[in-house]
Design a protein around this ligand. Structure first.
Ligand code: MN
Ligand code: MN
Length: 317
């Protein structure tokens, strides 16, 4: 499909409640060859600590994405006119075996990275970011990280387990997948086990922006600083929907009050324009706790915004 620019199926051709169940009703593809970017579902919830259900996230995000149109009226972006994009379906996980599932995720995303195809992952709980980072690190080297979340996800272990949705950032540092001085966490808040719960990342060199620092203000100035700090190297954006306030994103496993607004959530992604984003994910949408579908709809919009800020295709790809 070398020079083919897929377009989402228009609501003027097929009504929005019908047609294919792919992300934005795009073409599906069986592999990453020839693609600049791809949506990938990762229906995993074996790493959750409270409410489960994120295994249903990709399907519901795709369903709600049928409302999305191809142009961004806020920024003027028209990503389908410059990027070759398709939906690659879901990673074939094994729900009886978390280890095998994580290995399958790493293998799937390694194949994308080798083809220069930048993934936009539909989670799934936040554990999935670890195997994705392992795959992208192999291709691009140590990464910068923009991490939106209510939680630091820097626990050493949870109930003795070292790979969960609350430990993956710490593992990523230990494994050298990310450069700590190029890690920015935004939106952290809530209750902890000790007052110093957010200090582990700071001690590594992270920039930690707590939710209280974001209250009532535009995050555009913050993102100007983030772009300066991260510079020209490869960056991954990992976006936990619980970074946003439960009033706009209730359908998630570990909600915390006092979160970011949906407008601030957009400002963070739009503020990533100009970074060398090599991949993004949107995690922790749990449809059983999202009866109106608004959380999944917001997630679909955030994934589209990520596509809008991906750099142009790599030279020679
Ligand atoms: Mn979280
Ligand atoms: Mn998280």
């Amino acid at each position: 499909m070398a020079d083919e620019f897929n377009q989402p199926l228009s609501g003027n051709i097929m009504p929005r409640f019908a047609g294919p169940s792919t992300m934005m009703r795009l073409a599906s593809a069986s592999g990453p060859r020839g693609l600049d970017a791809a949506f990938v579902g990762v229906p995993f919830d074996l790493g959750t600590s409270n409410r489960a259900g994120t295994r249903f996230g990709p399907r519901q995000i795709r369903a709600e994405s049928a409302l999305l149109r191809p142009c961004n009226l806020g920024t003027g972006a028209a990503p389908f006119d410059r990027l070759r994009v398709a939906d690659l379906g879901d990673v074939p996980l094994n729900p009886y075996n978390p280890g095998k599932s994580l290995a399958a995720i790493e293998e799937f995303f390694s194949a994308l990275a080798r083809e220069g195809c930048r993934p936009l992952a539909l989670g799934g709980d936040h554990t999935i970011t670890l195997p994705i980072l392992r795959a992208l690190h192999r291709q691009y080297g140590s990464l910068g990280l923009v991490h939106v979340d209510a939680h630091a996800d820097c626990n050493d272990a949870m109930m003795g387990e070292t790979v969960t949705h609350g430990t993956h950032i710490r593992r990523a540092v230990e494994e050298g997948l990310v450069t700590p001085s190029r890690v920015v966490q935004i939106g952290l808040r809530g209750t902890g086990y000790s007052p110093g719960d957010l200090d582990w990342g700071r001690d590594q060199g992270f920039t930690v922006v707590q939710a209280e620092q974001c209250w009532h203000i535009s995050l555009a100035p913050l993102m100007n600083q983030v772009r300066q700090a991260l510079g020209p190297g490869p960056v991954y954006l990992t976006y936990d929907i619980d970074g946003l306030d439960p009033s706009c994103a209730p359908g998630t496993g570990t909600p915390e009050p006092g979160g970011l607004t949906s407008a601030q959530g957009l400002e963070i992604i739009r503020g990533c324009q100009g970074l060398d984003l090599v991949g993004c994910d949107l995690v922790e949408v749990s449809p059983p706790y999202d009866p109106l579908g608004n959380t999944a709809l917001l997630a679909a919009n955030l994934l589209f915004e990520m596509l809008c800020v991906l750099p142009d295709r790599r030279p020679g790809s």
